[in-house]
Write a protein that binds this ligand. Sequence first.
Ligand code: T46
Length: 183
Amino acid sequence: MKLELTHLQDCFIIKEDVFEDSRGYFMETFNQKQFNALTNLDLEFVQDNQSRSSKGVLRGLHFQIGESAQAKLVRVLEGAVLDVAVDLRKDSPSFGRHIEIELTSDNHKQLFIPAGFAHGFVVLSDFATFFYKVDKYYHPGNESGIVYNDIDLNIDWKIPVHNLKLSEKDKSLGTFKDLLNSM
Ligand SMILES: Cc1cn([C@H]2C[C@H](O)[C@@H](COP(=O)(O)OP(=O)(O)O[C@H]3O[C@H](C)C(=O)[C@H](O)[C@H]3O)O2)c(=O)[nH]c1=O
């Protein structure tokens, strides 16, 4: 297991060892002891989530608030996505900045996203199966988000806007400025 720092504080790229042979490959996709030792965190993931989406589907930007704020360890089982995480922690040196990273079933990359971040992804392949671990349970009443095309975040989703497919909920999410005003 290898850890790669990013320009966002406490947000890491994780590469697990992949053992390939003539049959295919084997990998340990998560090892709590190794994860805690490498990240120097004492996290316990309590829920696994999985979604499958077609090309152009954009899910996000989402986060849970207060005590329900989730750290996430995300990866792709099938296909490819552009994954985006935004640092919403006011005291962070990377506050307001975001990372865009391609996660695919071939590059086996995982992204660790700390609590206090907004998260979303757009599907680049015909279909993508997205899998992630979270360290806090789902609390629908504590869900919040930022609209994908927020002018201040200025995220380049790589897919032409007319090809994007969002839920009605995600289309009507608030702006980054709305969030700042509520802090
Ligand atoms: C997140 C979640 C949802 N649900 C139910 C609620 C809805 O009936 C249904 C679909 O939920 P939603 O449209 O919010 O699913 P996504 O748009 O994939 O949401 C996720 O999108 C981005 C990528 C994230 O990072 C979040 O973890 C998560 O918000 O699943 C549950 O039962 N448990 C859960 O933990």
